[in-house]
Write a protein that binds this ligand. Sequence first.
Ligand code: 4AD
Ligand code: MG
Length: 468
Amino acid sequence: MIKKYSIKELLDQGCSFLNKEVLVEGWIRSFRYSIFIILNDGSTIKNLQIVLSKKLEKKIIKKITIGTSIKVIGIIKKSIGVKQYIELKSSNIIIYGSINSDILQKSILQPKKHSLEKLREQAHLRFKTSIFSSIMRIRHYIAFSIHKYFHEHGFFYLHTPIITTSNCEGTGKMFQITTMDLKNDYPIDYKKDFFKCKTYLSVSGQLEAETASIGLGKVYTFGPVFRAENSNTSRHLSEFWMIEPEIAFYHLDENMNLAENFLKFIIKYILDNCMEDLLFLNENIKKCKKNTLLEKLELILKFPFQKISYTKAVEILNKEEKKNKIKFHHSVLWGEDLQSEHELYLVNNYFNRVPVIVFDYPSCIKAFYMRVNKDKKTVRAMDILFPEIGEIIGGSQREERYDMLLKRIKDSNIDKNKLWWYLDTRIFGSVPHSGFGLGFDRLVQFITGMNNIRDVIPFPRTPSNAEF
Ligand code: 4AD
Ligand code: MG
């Protein structure tokens, strides 16, 4: 039996395959002079050159077009060309599936520039393009590095429910779930619904992660979350992936340090393990104003993250506006949430692209579970702002005092009866604890340098769009 190899295996260990007979399978990227096939199988950004045997029948050659899927058997030889070290001298080719030339002409497989919007419309072909396959490989490595980091730091991977009755963040709309017939059972009596109560798709696994951390110590979630806000921006998805570590006996400072170490670990891991794909993206995407993609990633590792309180951030932004350095669309007022223009100005301009951690936000703009500070006006919240992306992480030290938490729940008009199980964690050996949520897709967007978050997720879900 002739052994089957991926193109990555063959190209990575070129020398050891010289003069060996191998089998490869893939899709044709190009076909030149009726003799050279450029083959890709998705395992790497690089392609394998196949040299066709002169004995190959004309009727097979006629079927060889871009996009055709083939199996090739042949001997690995040192290539005469400068572009590649090895090539495959084929002795036998089997065609699995060909493409009709009319269909091919109209498709994004044609080797010319296609817009990323056009690629999004063709979910199946998108994976065959160099740009999207690079992003997908990097996305995989990022996910892997996240599990690796937590595993090596003593965290347990926790699976939190997707179906929930509570709105952890309290803001924004949730997708409701029901098995009732919305037309005939109207008005809906939720006691007759599947779960005998109103249920939703979860916006965050945090409350459950907190519950588990007070027992397991260090946990993290990594799963899909859902938000029905009508935010049609380049940084919002309606369904996205979030990582939420939660740590018992942890204060805000420790939480900030963990977040910084964690982000730096991931970026270093990608620089160490995905250089071929990064180099491709570095060359092929529009360069941001000051840095290339690689410079931008290296800058994250180079300096400690800046840390400023929300009050200081408001002060800086107001001063900058007074000095006429910038004119914001929304004025910066203490007690109101920072808009993305404010966040981006802070990180891109004021701190020269070094990530910024803003902490101690006013309690009135943050969720009920954050620990109230001595001033009674602010909470132990922290947001991490990244260049170009803005907020990439939102986290806090949690309110571990039962009475304070109950008050915040009441003040936020949340039904305390729905959260009895969460409140209970504060009366059975409550502890200071902290955690944060990292938007996975926003991190992939940052690392791959894409302008739009829709281009880093295989099947984007956004307002008015649930195709595929
Ligand atoms: O700031 P958020 O809403 O925080 C939470 O959900 C907390 N429960 C996290 C925690 O403390 N455990 O969301 C966390 C991160 C944001 O910083 C952002 O990166 C990302 O999730 N995010 C989105 N990403 C894509 N599309 C959206 N619509 C997003 N909304 C938030
Ligand atoms: Mg947030």
